[in-house]
Design a protein around this ligand. Structure first.
Ligand code: BMA
Length: 759
């Protein structure tokens, strides 16, 4: 057995004096094999993994992403699958007092057997599943078996006998089970992705062993910050197996090693216990979002020991920052903006979806690469959208390190849900698992109940479409309130009293102009409403959570799944790839209004990206121009889960589309917007500091051409600066290179920005 001890972090000096083993974990990641239910042939399996990738690796299926293979591979979702492995334990390991198995994620309906005894029955992909297994273990070989029932089979009867249909608009099949299944909604099909309903052990499996006491969780929170001090709360959740005396030690990492800052003597007993400790940190280095300062992190080490016996040790990074969402009535309507460390901050970012339809294929490197791109494009916020997953720890760790705030949806999107006791209990446990796991990250800015459910219920005509009676409607809306206005926020508050929550996104609908004065907004007039790009300028809400325009990925990416004969918009492959009901016609229409009609498929692909660029630039510049009316802009969507046309600016293979650069330029701290009609250049700054100095502007028609306009202006604050532009020199359209240098007289700090203008 290939073993890997993953949580053994002990100083060797302590080890040498140890009488018993400190807490440790063994990864069960080898010898796995799988078969179809009732089939005697087993194939090699990868754990973590899913059935589709295991079938692919064993050459049982063709590449699901090739041509129209998606259609041929739908049978997989209807089958039941068995995964099996064996592992050995030594006598020493078996003698540990507590031995537990932990599945970090099971997708989705799974029964787990250890040496023939049922130990877990799982029904939610988003939960962690654990069982005490000491009494079922053998010295030497042990057999672990996981049986997966197809989510379609599991829920078919429930769906068919339910008193009414639940919308799940993303599902294009007759038996729509996704609303009944606690599983990533996008895998059932979405308007930018395929339908591949996976099964499998999609996260790590571990055996955790400990003696006397262990640390379950560390949660550090900032209570408040004044000029020179931060007031911090540390919460440590521990679990004891018997009565014992222990010392809990808190150590803070300093430049020259760790400093013991608190020793708490405890008498532990069998069961769970929570220890709260207040700390004060002098002259704290605050955590700031990208572009506003550095995202400083501290490292806290928690140890449980008695005399020289170490029972458990864990480390946790934390950031010192406060965050507030300000929703209050103002002169315009209802505000929606974030204050970080007391300062209002304009949020710039995107909606993030899972990076693959087959989740375990997303490596740590994939996370690093995408967050590098997020930082490079000057973003300070990502929304983890509710039709995907609560992301893996590494995602939030990278956001913490890089100053990227996270708007975290709970995993509910575009449907209505049942609210029977069992389903509610399942959701409650899901909330507990994920909030406990994620609350410690300074990057988490907001929790949001769901994606677009209220807006759909009130505006999309579901009542007529599904023939709901008055009684049905009442029942359905009560279910909504139970889940999103009661169960989720109450559970969240119990676990994190400072968490900010909104029950849905958006809180305001784009239907009428007054709505742009209130709250959060998904503006889909351009695209779903088929409006012209110029409408981005007048339809600016208080916080733009979604808007966007589709484009095709590069030819290089398209050629990974399409042969030469499929390189036309009406080929079977390309028709299958376009998942939006609006289709390619709208892209063509907009291309034709900005450029010459494409003369080939390749020309269409290139121009689709240029057109998307114009859409995003128009939108982002309008949103920033209209600050503080608008205080955030998150476009739809950052990335893809397979290669195909979508609203993304980074494709499945990590290739940047043209719009990536446009986003990057327009998300810089200081940008210039050219207003042809008024002959003005408007300088917009996000810097929270007041700026007194000189701004030097050089305008060229292209980065290499000669300067057509050059001037220096004094600026005395951080407000918007409007610069008159010489009439005759302002061509109506085209690309410009604009250099802006801000010089601060006192300390001569220079902010330098190149700004591209396409008007
Ligand atoms: C938004 C998202 C997704 C969808 C996108 C494009 O509203 O919430 O549901 O993919 O629109 O239609």
């Amino acid at each position: 057995m290939n073993r890997f001890i993953i949580s053994l972090l002990i100083a060797s000096a302590l080890l040498s004096c140890s009488r018993i083993e400190p807490a440790q974990s063994i990864l069960i990641d080898s010898n796995w094999k799988f078969s179809k239910e009732n089939d005697t042939t087993y194939y090699k399996a990868t754990v973590p993994g899913v059935i589709h990738t295991d079938l692919l690796e064993n050459n049982r299926i063709e590449d699901p992403f090739l041509e129209t293979n998606e259609l041929k591979l739908q049978w997989i979702e209807n089958e039941n699958w068995t995964y099996k492995t064996n592992f050995t334990l030594t006598n020493k390991e078996l003698n540990q007092e507590q031995i537990e198995i932990e599945f970090e994620g099971l997708d989705t309906y799974a029964t787990v057997f250890l040496n023939g005894t049922k130990i877990i029955e799982a029904s939610n992909m988003f939960r962690t599943w654990k069982a005490d297994i000491k009494k079922f273990l053998n010295e030497g070989e042990n057999i672990l078996e996981v049986n997966f029932v197809s989510p379609i089979n599991y829920n078919r009867e429930k769906v068919e006998s339910y008193p009414y249909k639940l919308p799940s608009g993303n599902e294009t099949v007759d038996v729509k089970v996704s609303a009944f299944t606690r599983k990533a909604a996008y895998q059932f099909g979405w308007d930018w992705g395929p339908r591949f309903v996976t099964s499998g052990i999609w996260k790590n499996v571990k055996i955790n062993m400990w003696n006397t006491v262990r640390i379950d969780d560390i949660f550090v929170q900032t209570d408040s910050i004044n000029n020179s001090k931060a007031f911090i709360s540390v919460q440590v959740d521990i679990e004891g197996s018997k009565t014992n005396e222990v010392n809990l030690e808190l150590k803070l990492k300093k430049e020259n090693g760790e400093e013991l800052i608190k020793l708490i003597p405890l008498v532990i007993k069998k069961g769970n216990q929570t220890i709260q400790q207040k700390l004060e940190i002098e002259n704290p280095n605050l955590w700031w979002p990208n572009g506003m300062g550095s995202p400083n992190l501290y490292e806290l080490t928690v140890e449980l020991k008695h005399d020289n016996q170490l029972f458990d040790i864990k480390r946790q990074n934390f950031g010192i920052r406060t965050i507030e969402l300000i929703q209050e009535e103002d002169k315009i309507g209802t505000s929606f903006y974030f204050k970080v460390n007391g300062k209002p901050i304009f949020m710039k970012g995107a909606n993030y979806i899972p990076q693959d339809v087959f989740l375990p294929r997303v490596t740590n490197r994939s996370y690093q690469k995408i967050i590098e791109k997020v930082v490079k494009s000057n973003m300070n916020m990502l929304r983890v959208w509710g039709g995907g997953i609560y992301e893996k720890d590494i995602f939030y760790e990278l956001c913490d390190k890089n100053g990227i705030l996270v708007w975290q949806d709970f995993m509910f999107a575009g449907s209505l849900y049942p609210s029977d006791t069992e389903f509610l209990e399942n959701i409650k446990q899901e909330v507990i698992d994920n909030v406990t796991r994620l609350r410690k990250h300074p990057s988490i800015a907001l929790w949001c109940g769901n994606n677009e459910i209220e807006v759909a219920w009130k505006n999309w005509g579901w009542q007529q479409q599904f023939g709901y009676t008055k009684k049905d409607s009442l029942e359905i809306w009560n279910s909504y309130k139970k889940i999103f206005q009661d169960l989720i926020p109450n559970t969240l508050k119990e676990l994190d009293s400072k968490a900010t929550y909104v029950h849905t996104s958006p809180l305001s609908n784009w239907g009428n102009s007054e709505n742009f004065n209130h709250n959060s907004m998904h503006y889909w007039g351009v695209w779903h409403g088929k409006e012209p790009f110029k409408n981005f300028k007048k339809n600016v809400g208080r916080f733009m959570v979604e808007y966007g325009f589709q484009s095709f990925p590069s030819m290089k990416t398209i050629q990974t799944f399409a042969s030469d004969s499929s390189l036309s918009l009406d080929s079977k492959t390309m028709v299958n790839r376009q998942k939006s009901y609006i289709g390619n016609g709208l892209i063509s229409k907009h291309i034709n209004s900005w450029f010459q009609t494409p003369d080939s498929f390749q020309d269409f692909v290139i121009k689709s990206q240029k057109t998307q660029t114009i859409a995003l630039q128009t939108a982002i510049q309008s949103h920033r121009q209209q600050s503080p009316h608008c205080m955030g802009t998150l476009f739809w969507q950052l990335n893809d889960c397979w290669p195909g046309p979508s609203w993304s600016i980074i494709d499945y293979y990590g290739r940047e589309k043209d719009a990536f650069n446009t986003v990057k330029e327009n998300f810089k701290s200081v940008i210039a917007v050219l207003n042809n009609k008024k002959n003005e250049i408007e300088i917009i700054s996000d810097l929270t500091i007041d700026f007194n100095g000189i701004i030097q502007i050089k305008l060229k028609q292209s980065p290499f051409s000669k300067i057509i306009f050059e001037k220096e202006f004094f600026i005395q604050s951080n407000s918007k600066l409007v610069i008159p532009f010489p009439k005759t020199k302002a061509p109506k359209t085209g690309a410009y290179a604009l250099n802006i240098i801000l010089k601060d007289g006192k300390n001569y700090t220079i902010y330098s920005d190149d700004v591209r203008i396409i008007n």
